[in-house]
Structure formats: structure tokens, C-alpha cells
Design a protein around this ligand. Sequence first.
Ligand SMILES: Nc1nc2c(c(=O)[nH]1)N[C@H]1C(S)=C(S)[C@@H](COP(=O)(O)OP(=O)(O)OC[C@H]3O[C@@H](n4cnc5c(=O)[nH]c(N)nc54)[C@H](O)[C@@H]3O)O[C@H]1N2
Ligand SMILES: Nc1nc2c(c(=O)[nH]1)N[C@H]1C(S)=C(S)[C@@H](COP(=O)(O)OP(=O)(O)OC[C@H]3O[C@@H](n4cnc5c(=O)[nH]c(N)nc54)[C@H](O)[C@@H]3O)O[C@H]1N2
Ligand SMILES: [Mo]
Length: 596
Amino acid sequence: MRDENPESFATIIGMPILLGGSSTVGFIRRFMDVYGTPNCFSPESMCYRHQIIGYILTTGKFSVADVENSNCIVVWGHNPHASKPPLAWRIEKSRKRGAYLIVIDPRKTKVAKMADIHLQIKPGTDIYLALGFMKVIVEEGLYDSDFVSKFCYGFEELKGHLNKFSLEEISEITWIDVEDIVDSARLFAKTKPACIVQGVNALDQNPSGIQNSRSIAILHAITGNIDVKGGFVRAGRVHTRNLRLPELLKNPPLGIKEHPLFYQIWNTYLGEGQGMYLYDAVLKGYPYKIRGIFVSGSNPVLTWPDTNKTVEMLKEVEFLAVMDMFMTETAKHADLFLPAGSFLERWELVDYYSVIFGIPYMMLRKKVIQPLGESKGDVEFWLELARRMGFKEQFPWKSVEEVIDWVLEPTGYSFDDLNERYPSGVWSGEVKYLEYLKRGFKTPSKKVELYSKTLEELNLPPLPSPLHETREEDEVLIITGARDVYYTHSQMRNVERLRKFVSEPYAEINPETARKYGIRDGEYMMIKTERGSIKIMAKFTEDIAKNVVSIPHGWSEGNVNVLTPHDPADPISGCPMLKGIIARAVEKEKLVERRE
Ligand SMILES: Nc1nc2c(c(=O)[nH]1)N[C@H]1C(S)=C(S)[C@@H](COP(=O)(O)OP(=O)(O)OC[C@H]3O[C@@H](n4cnc5c(=O)[nH]c(N)nc54)[C@H](O)[C@@H]3O)O[C@H]1N2
Ligand SMILES: Nc1nc2c(c(=O)[nH]1)N[C@H]1C(S)=C(S)[C@@H](COP(=O)(O)OP(=O)(O)OC[C@H]3O[C@@H](n4cnc5c(=O)[nH]c(N)nc54)[C@H](O)[C@@H]3O)O[C@H]1N2
Ligand SMILES: [Mo]
């Protein structure tokens, strides 16, 4: 495959690898650089990356909400008690100190129950609500006029744009009363400092995803909450050495012709392709044929959208290798299965920033035991493969310890330092407030771009704009992937003790909605979309908005991704639509013919 056309080989890495830090992710990508394929993919095609792009496009950098020091916290599309408990504890602490709390979620989550205001929004309409907030803030003169005039680009254009929307129309679309929109916008704009914690992907996984993230950055900017304690603060990265081969980054992977900003924003390369284009490349040879896939630490049969298509794709390739600790639903299709060592069986450098404090952080994860049986740690495996393939020049290291030392060199720390002197890790750097006073913002205009010329040049909306069609009132909308504190994506279903807490997947549904379809609590229902249908148990709760059904992901029985489309939905990033999907039918199970 490599001799004929190396780009026909692709890798899919998953969360355990992505979170492993740059010495793991970068190492695999470096291997692919040398092999000669740009086609590296990961869950970032539908996770987190979109928020990063939206924030960078607007403020030139990635920022996080400083909830600990804030006096008004907006939690938007996020359920941190399930998905990020350390953040939930900090919100609770701030709340006790007297901070206001606004939560925007179609479900009354634990954090929503603690809130001053809970806006039970119609899924997928967040962009309208954001425009409503901006409208109130701008028209009532609640914005920070000094910051706006000195540091924002395009305020007049934004002001004109907001005239196109009325609060009554926004209220109808979002299911939120005008009064609640106005009260929330006033509370957010008048309380200083204030911040918005955006969920990791709830706002991204729809056609207006990047528009949502841009709007959140803009709301911080016009209220003067950028780079201030308790506001929206820059997340700095640890400056470790990049393992990628920079000259090869210029060769873009699949999906980048269609979504250039998914790969590169100005001088920043983000480094991977949009995985939603892998389907056509494998199945239709468009724009060229992908013939082999290596899946490392991912379970796309349960975690990627459109399971039927995903399975078709994995069956179609001439060669499929899967490296995992378990014989997963994905591994069952593999030509070659490679046993992976767990995080306890390898050294790993974690070098990110804290998504709670924004401070760069690094830590050496310790190898506690030697890999069991024939398993290998991921980097160890790729190092050995590089050796056997003769990539010695680009892979001169003899061990994973040496790789980590090389990556660490620019930081002034070594493997031994982290192993012996700082066993619990080191913070490297601090949050820098008001940085822009010295250098401006790292955007083409050097200001916060309310109006984005970069988007305009790509024929994309330069101002935050809805890219959704509005829908019929009585449709049932499916939101997928709400996190459950007991499980991580498709993992841990084999742990019996956890099964005692949640033994099978369920769909949360409001009793009033369920009654319309003759379904009772605990009964099985069939849910059908244009992609497929699944059987799933109905769990009644008054805490979910009417006409909304919430289904978790990661279950092999009741696999919600049978229902989801893989088409790139957001024109900027190509993110697929995993929230706010229209249900074709919701029926009591026995009334429906089984598909297979
Ligand atoms: N419908 C819907 N789908 C979703 C989402 C949603 O909200 N809705 N969320 C999406 C998001 S945000 C994400 S991040 C993805 C996650 O998608 P994936 O990353 O595919 O998620 P996991 O199921 O955690 O798969 C990780 C696999 O790695 C294996 N593993 C664990 N440790 C190691 C290791 O050290 N080495 C190797 N080689 N393997 C290891 C595990 O056994 C498991 O099979 O799911 C996405 N899917
Ligand atoms: N225990 C556990 N923790 C995890 C994970 C896990 O699998 N298990 N996965 C990790 C990963 S990779 C990720 S990406 C994050 C995901 O983190 P998040 O994306 O923040 O996911 P949740 O915390 O479930 O919160 C999403 C909330 O958004 C709401 N929601 C759904 N659709 C909409 C909408 O259209 N608008 C609004 N406003 N709200 C909506 C849902 O009801 C839900 O309460 O979690 C991480 N943490
Ligand atoms: Mo994720």
C-alpha cells in the first residue's frame, strides 16, 4: 500500500490516545508523516476542536471560563456533574460564595437545579438565543463601550445584523420566554466578572456549531470579560517539542478542501482531517480511495455516527488493524488485532492545560507494571514498528523514556525530573490577564473579530448567524451522548459493579410526550430516524423538555449512533449533527416491524 499510494492508508485514534498527550498523539502522527499519509483522524471530528476553532477565529486564542473567580456563571449545554465533576465542585463553591448561575439545557440537570435561571432550550437553537442575548446587551447599552471601541472589530456590523432578529421570533424558535431571555442577558451583562462555560460538544454537533462558539466568545468580549479574572481567560499550552514533521503538514488530509479552517487557521496547524470524509473515500473512492485503516484506542462502531455506514466502511477496506485492550465491536471486524497495554503498563507524558484553570500543566503517567502477555504500550508499539520499517533516521530513540526526554527538552524538565522530583506533575506557567494591552489580539485585525473577514473570504457568514432551518413544533428531537458519570463513551460496560448502577441504555422522555405515543415508563420503544432504528427503554422524567428524547452513546445494545447521520453538517468545520436530530417515528416496540 505504501509503495503505490501511501495516502490510501488512514489512522483513527480515539480518546485514550488523544488524552495521552503530545508524545503519544504526535508520535503516531509522526509515524504517518514518515509513512507518507496525511490521513489521521480522531473524535476531534465531532469533539472539542470546533470550540477551539470558534474561539481562535474570534479572539485569536483558546480560552476557558474562570468559574472559580466569577460572580455570574452561565453553564451552556454542559452537565459537569456527569462529565467533569471537578468543574461541578467549583461551580458549587462559587454558588455558595454568592455567584449567580444561569443554565441553558433542554434537561433539568443537577447544575440546572442549582441555578437562578434555567433556560430549557429547544435543542439546536442556541445560536438564536445567543443572538437574543447580544440584542438585549447591545440595544440596552449594557456593553462595555470602552473595550468594544478599542478592541473589537465590526461592532457596527454586528449591531445592524441584530436588527434582523426580534426577541419574539427568537422566543418562538428557542421555546424560551422573552422575559427570561431579557433577564438572563441583563444578569450576565451587569454582573462583573462573568463567564460562560460551554459544554464540550453539545453546541458543536449541529450546523451552527462554530457560530455558537463564536457567539460565546463575542458575548464575553462585548461585556468586557475577556482576559479578566473570573471571565474568559487564555489557556496557555506547555511548550514541549512537536513530534510532527513540519514540512509534511502542508499536505492536507481528507475533508480539508471542503473545510480548510478545520486544519489551519492563519499560521496555526491543527493537524488532522475531517473524519466524516472517510466514508466516501472508502466506499466511493472519492476524492481517492482509502484502502487500509489502523484504529488505535477507539471504538468507532459505537462512537462514530451512522453505525451501519461505519461498519460498511470497516468491512470494505482491504486491511483493518485495531489496537485495543478488549475485543470491541470495532475489533471484531479487524484483520489484525493488536493487544494494547493499559495506561498502567506504559510511560506517558501528559502535557496539556487545565480546562478548569487554563494553566499549562504536565505530568508523567507512571508505568506501574510491565505489559501483560503480548500487549504493548502504544508508543512502544509504534517505535518498534518504525524500527522494523527502517524509519531509523526519524525515529532514533531506543525507548519510550528517551522519546519523552526529547519532547520535554524545551521545557527545561527531563523524564527523571518528572519521575522523581515532581511525581504529581508540574504547573508550567500561569494565567496571564490583560495580555492584549501589550500585543493586541492574535487575529488579522489585532482585535476581537465580531465580524470575521477570514470567514467572509471563504464565503461563510462573517457575523454569528443561524445555519439551521426551523422545524415543525410537534417533531420529536433526539439529543445524543449525554454523559453518565459511571461510563466513558463505550468503555466500562464490562465492569459488573457499574452495571449495577446503570444496567442498560435508556431514553429519557417527558411523560406527556410518551403518552402521545402510548408508551409507559420502563417500556421498550422503537425510535427511527432516516438512518436506522433502535429499540430502547423509555425512562420517564419531568426534567426533560417536551418533544425531546435524550439517548446516551456507547452502548452496543440500543446503539444511538445507528440513528445519527455522518454527513458533515457545520459548513465551517464539517462536524456531524449528533444533537437535535429529527425522529421519524417513536413507537411502542411491538407495533413496529424489526429491521433485521
Ligand atoms: N451519538 C454520539 N456519539 C458520540 C458522542 C456524542 O455525544 N453522541 N460523543 C463523541 C465524542 S465527544 C467522543 S470524544 C467520542 C469518543 O470516541 P472513542 O475515542 O472511540 O471512545 P471510546 O469508546 O472511549 O473508545 C476508546 C477505546 O480505546 C480502548 N483503550 C483504552 N485504553 C487504551 C490504550 O491505552 N491504548 C489503546 N490502544 N486502546 C485503549 C478502549 O478499550 C476503547 O475500546 O465519541 C463520540 N461519539
Ligand atoms: N463520565 C464521563 N465523563 C466524560 C465523558 C464520558 O464519556 N463519561 N466524555 C468526555 C468527553 S470526550 C467529552 S467531549 C465531554 C462531553 O461533555 P459535554 O458535551 O459537556 O456533555 P455533557 O456534560 O453530557 O453535557 C451536555 C449537555 O448538553 C445538553 N444538550 C444537548 N443538546 C443540546 C442543545 O442543543 N443545546 C443545549 N444548550 N444543550 C444541549 C444535554 O442535555 C446535556 O445535559 O465529557 C467528557 N467527560
Ligand atoms: Mo469528546
